[in-house]
Design a protein around this ligand. Sequence first.
Ligand SMILES: [Zn+2]
Length: 217
Amino acid sequence: MSKIVVLMGAPGAGKGTQARLLQERTGLPQISTGDIFRELAKADTPLAREVREVQAAGKLVSDDLVIRVVQERTNREDCRRGYVLDGFPRTTAQAEMLERLAATQGHTLGALLVDVPFEILEKRLTGRRSCPVCGEIYNVYFKPPARDEVCDLHPDARLSRRTDDNAETIKARLATYERDTRPLLDYYEQTGRLVRVDGTRDAEAIYADIEKAVTGG
Ligand SMILES: [Zn+2]
């Protein structure tokens, strides 16, 4: 059984954690387009040169080029048993190309959504605080410090938030994600291959469902 898993989830849904667990425990490599492009930037192959030319010209990398980049990476030996895609496909056109790639490589294909309601994502992201001394992560809604805005272990250290963690920026990010991802979710739903996993639980409970979906079908 070899399978391509398209892993989906909004910012703050915990998708990265799940991709890492899948890689550690099933051995399916996590293939992220961000990583591939960073690797290509340093490579000297015909494909790498082609990508650099497009980028140097300030043009958008076309769907056709992206799929060839994904194909070249996933034709390697480590992907023979299947792989987990993170950040690809982004559009239904890319999803259709991925169908053909899966057929060529002899893999089945399934999509997994780590599903978290908008209100919870918003609280996860806007409530996040960290201690500037020890790096401990808090959340004012879900894991508050004993005293407001100070670390439990470092009472003199005021907790800090990331500069992009303000409510307006986060709302905009989530809205963009929702808008861009909706067609893709519909695509996988309509083709009967979308498995929704309740992402409001702890990471291990989420993972148990994900592993069942990946290894069971
Ligand atoms: Zn601390």
